[in-house]
Design a protein around this ligand. Structure first.
Ligand code: NAD
Length: 492
């Protein structure tokens, strides 16, 4: 009761998790979940943890609400507002869940053991060990694709984790302060204030929009001498940005960017990056190719996903994965092809859908339903088995027992009839700067595509409702209000 009251005092109106700690039960299977992203967390939320010894392993001990990560790069939203400790999720489960903050470095699917490394700087402590599993869910996501382009890893910033957003935020102000340094040459000022974004998918577009907002609404007021020198350029290899949106919304985004003075360079593929320049191959209107060299101060690389080494290594151990390139090929129940006790969800799985948060989250919920059902069917099967054995021992009650068996079998058939995973697309949303957003939404069996200020309010409310917890929601609203009233913080 005291613990419960203490929890209420934190303003969260839910009962606290009972105080028992994780104690593996030898009669239950070890269910190991790798990751704390969209897939893993939606699985955890709906999983009945009493049925298994649930162990979660991830190098990140929090869930990150990635849709608002671009807003973190300019301080529109503070990073802690979109992080939710994994323990605030596990402590609400019926049965305790074990969490290890570590990276899974190897999955040995023959001996069913995972090697984990906690990558800690703390000297002397145990940092590498093995965790056995009976059932494994791989939901480790993906890493940033660089396509082996030279210089990207060394010089560009990515936008996947909180650390990336913090690094970008620092780098923006670094460029501004260095550009205004005494006696800085005009060429160097131009270079430092040129912000280049590579990749015209939603990540690149949303970041470019946020960045231009930051300059227009805040930095230029605080540092007026740079106001006519800042330039944001978005580079995309394909003929247009946001290929997953309708033509109308692509046009709307491109014209909004023009108004915002963001330069879009389409049909331009970056081939090389140095400390201060981006080298790209552009295709002119006549179809001729030419090389462009763009000096930059900040370079953000958002060209999509690549397979993580631990996933690539697992794929190389399983012959059925030989032809899969983009991740673990799974069947319609999300079982990794070539295995029977490993499932994969989210960006590390190839299930025929785009690698988005929405897909990962629906896949996670599907697995929770599947695992809850599996546990239930096992229990019923055991019960039927017990009943069948008593049938011989108590012949007098045969009719009664047979009836019960039949009922149980009926129930079993109903439960077992679990349909394969099917994704329901709710729509796509993207913020494009200057208080405008684009939305392709499917509602009431119809599709509608909209862009503009009202869509921006819709974007805000949709993202707010998707935030993990009430605490996150409150913090994000406060951040939005704060940056509106006081402006964003321009300190480095
Ligand atoms: P993406 O894969 O959607 O886009 C990357 C873009 O980079 C592509 O258009 C590609 O042509 C371009 N590109 C690749 N190499 C290039 C090069 N060398 N030079 C220039 N351009 C190059 O990547 P993303 O935006 O990170 O998104 C990843 C996934 O997450 C997608 O499935 C996306 O739909 C999803 N996502 C959705 C949202 C949203 O709905 N708001 C937001 C972020 C991400």
């Amino acid at each position: 009761a005291i613990a419960g009251t203490a929890y209420l005092a934190h303003g969260v109106w839910e009962l606290r998790h009972p105080e028992e700690q994780f104690e593996p039960d030898p009669s239950k299977k070890n269910l190991v979940i790798l990751g704390t992203g969209w897939g893993a967390v939606s699985l955890l939320k709906k999983l009945d943890t009493e049925n298994y010894n649930v162990i979660v392993i991830s190098p990140r001990n929090y869930f990150l609400f990635t849709p608002l990560l671009p807003s973190c790069t300019t301080g529109t939203v503070e990073h802690r507002s979109i992080m939710e400790p994994i323990r605030s999720i596990t402590r609400h489960k019926q049965a305790a869940v074990k969490f290890y903050e570590a990276e899974a470095t190897k999955i040995d699917h023959v001996n069913k053991i995972i090697t984990i490394d906690d990558n800690s700087d703390i000297k002397g402590a145990m940092s590498k060990t093995g965790v056995p599993y009976d059932m494994l869910v791989v939901s480790v996501g993906a890493e940033n694709a660089t396509f082996g382009i030279p210089g990207v890893r060394e010089n560009a910033c990515f936008l996947k984790e909180i650390g990336d957003a913090q690094q970008i935020r620092k780098k923006i102000m670094d460029c501004v302060e260095t550009a205004t340094f005494k006696d800085q040459s005009p060429e160097e000022i131009e270079r430092l204030l040129h912000m280049v974004v590579v990749g015209g998918g939603p990540t690149g577009v949303e970041f470019a929009g946020e960045l231009q907002d930051f300059f227009d609404q805040d930095v230029k007021k605080w540092v007026p001498e740079i106001s006519d020198k800042v330039k944001v350029t978005l580079i995309e290899a394909l003929p247009n940005v946001l290929p997953m949106f309708s033509k109308q919304l692509i046009d709307y985004t491109e014209s909004t960017f023009k108004e915002e003075k963001i330069t879009i360079k389409t049909k331009t593929a970056v081939k090389k990056v140095t400390e201060s320049t981006v080298e790209a191959e552009a295709t002119g209107p006549d179809g001729k190719k030419y090389t462009e060299i763009l000096p930059y101060g900040l370079l953000v690389w958002a060209t999509g996903n690549a397979v993580r080494p631990v996933v690539g290594d697992l794929m190389s151990q399983i012959p059925a994965q030989k032809d899969s390139r983009r991740g673990l090929a799974v069947n319609e129940y999300l079982v990794v092809q070539g295995t029977h006790d490993i499932w994969a969800v989210g960006d590390c799985a190839v299930s025929g859908y785009a690698p988005t948060a929405q897909v990962a989250s629906q896949e996670g919920s599907f697995l929770a339903r599947l695992f809850n059902t599996m546990a239930k069917t096992e229990a019923i099967e055991d019960h039927i088995h017990d009943l069948s054995s008593t049938l011989n021992l108590k012949p007098g009650n045969a009719a009664e027992i047979a009836k019960e068996i039949e009922e149980n079998e009926k129930q079993l058939r109903r439960i077992k009839d679990i349909k394969p995973f099917h994704y329901t697309h709710q729509g796509s949303l993207a913020y494009i700067g200057s208080d405008r957003a684009v939305a392709d939404v499917s509602w009431l069996n119809g599709n509608f595509a909209t862009g503009g200020g009202l869509t921006y309010l819709f974007w805000r409310s949709a993202y707010l409702s998707m935030c993990f917890s009430t605490r996150n929601r409150v913090l994000v609203v406060i951040d939005w209000a704060k940056s509106k009233v006081f402006g964003r913080d321009v300190s480095r």
